[in-house]
Write a protein of this length. Structure first.
Length: 438
């Protein structure tokens, strides 16, 4: 899921149990139908530097779809800060779009509402088949064993972006491969008057993505095999403490970043004030802020030891945007046809190039446009060392509860309060108590 969203994704703790009886979505007026398709409404996620930029990217493609099919697509680009609340409201009211984007980490939670069209074999056949999509992308489309609730549209992974000049000035020859190396490099960087590593300490989703990876690197999971929260296991506590210790003990994340929630760390990096950045597919964002691709390098996110891979060498969550259809749309044929268009090889190349993302459609991935070294790092990460966030119905509440716990820990550090194993465990215990009963 794109991290351009604000600190909170909205009232994620809204009861999904209420939404589970929803009648679905779809336009109630002014829309098309299977017999006489006229229009579709489409909620797109904010992927670019601004909503206006997204409209510039998307509108020509929607016009192309209208010219081919006669179906007009009414576009609304929804900010991340509003998106989940808007979707949950649509599932309960029945008043929503025909087609929408969702962050892939929400797939299981939104699947549990019953409002989204299940992508069974018949529906996948309408868009060319399930085997067109990368397995890693399909792994974040809903609960395992159930028909996916959405179709992958854009794939993303975290990488380490590093400023080449700052590294050269500090006498650092290559990007760090492990956290110990990053901390050691940080001492050299601080001696040159620069900050080391950016973070969005008040951004709940960024917090979740990073502590999830740290948990994997510690051999831990936030949920048991049967989907129950397990936030206070010793290895989870150790993993969360290791992440916040990058600010508390290792001093590589500046305390000012505890308040960051809206891409300020990206701006710090783009302006040359900061040496490193952990981000998802950042190229388009950096370019929009005037940073040349020649000024930075891209490397895999560090691991505890060794090299990125499976198991405890996981170094990214499988990030991305999925495309869903409200199953009660008044224009099901038009909606599925639009998904087919947006996931065609042609559109996958256009859209993923525009957003510096990776096509989840494997045939589009092979295009030379996605062969640049930076994109190669992201593709390799997705293929070999990324893991899907928990595909459980309570995943969205997990993002809020644990993300808030990490936000509070960063705030404690910035305020000069000590963060111990016991205080981390207490925050996580409180987060677990906020989760819905099984």
């Amino acid at each position: 899921m794109r991290s351009i969203r604000a600190a909170a994704v909205g009232a994620v703790t809204l009861s999904l149990a209420l939404a589970a009886t929803a009648c679905g979505g779809g336009t109630s007026t002014g829309g098309g139908s299977n017999d006489s398709p006229k229009t579709l409404t489409y909620w797109a996620t904010n992927q670019g530097a601004s909503i206006a930029d997204d409209k510039k990217v998307l509108q020509p493609e929607l016009d192309k779809f209208e010219k081919r099919t006669g179906i007009k697509v009414k576009l609304e680009v929804v900010p991340w800060s509003d998106l989940l609340n808007r979707i949950l409201t649509a599932t309960t009211s029945g008043q929503g779009p025909d087609v929408l984007n969702i962050g892939n980490t929400w797939s299981a939670s939104l699947q549990a509402t019953g409002a989204l069209l299940p992508w069974d074999e018949k529906n996948f056949a309408k868009i060319g088949g399930k085997d067109r999509f990368a397995a890693t992308a399909l792994g974040s489309t809903g609960v395992q064993g159930k028909d996916p609730a959405a179709v992958p549209l854009y794939s993303m992974a975290y990488a380490l972006y590093y400023n080449k000049k700052i590294f050269a000035d500090a006498g650092i020859a290559k990007p760090p491969a492990t956290w110990d190396e990053l901390v050691a490099d940080g001492k050299k960087i601080k001696a040159r008057g620069k900050t080391v590593l950016g973070a969005e300490g008040a951004n709940l989703s960024e917090n979740i993505h990073h502590v999830f990876v740290f948990a994997k690197q510690h051999g831990a999971d936030f949920f048991t095999a049967d989907g129950k929260p397990d936030f206070t296991s010793p290895k989870v506590v150790e993993a969360v403490k290791s992440y916040v210790d990058l600010m508390a003990e290792d001093k590589v994340i500046p305390t000012t970043d505890a308040e960051y929630a809206q891409n300020q760390s990206v701006s710090d990096f783009a302006k040359g004030r900061q040496a490193m950045l952990l981000w998802q597919t950042a190229a388009a964002n950096l370019k929009s802020q005037g940073m040349s691709e020649d000024d930075y390098g891209v490397a895999p996110v560090p691991v505890g030891s060794g090299r990125p891979g499976s198991g405890t060498q996981v170094n990214s969550a499988v990030m991305g945007i999925n495309m869903a259809v409200f199953k009660n749309t008044h224009n099901l044929d038009g909606a599925t046809g639009f998904v087919k268009f947006m996931t065609s090889d042609e559109e996958q190349k256009i859209l993923n190039q525009a957003y510096s993302t990776v096509p989840p459609v494997t045939s589009a991935q092979a295009d030379p446009a996605f062969g640049a070294p930076a994109t190669a790092v992201l593709k390799n990460t997705l293929a070999t060392s990324a893991a899907a966030l928990p595909q459980v119905p309570s995943e969205s509440q997990f993002e809020t509860a644990v993300g808030t716990a990490v936000k509070e820990l960063f705030a404690d550090i910035a305020a000069g309060r000590s963060v111990t194993t016991d205080s981390v465990e207490a925050k996580l215990q409180k987060a677990q108590q906020q989760m819905p009963a099984a």
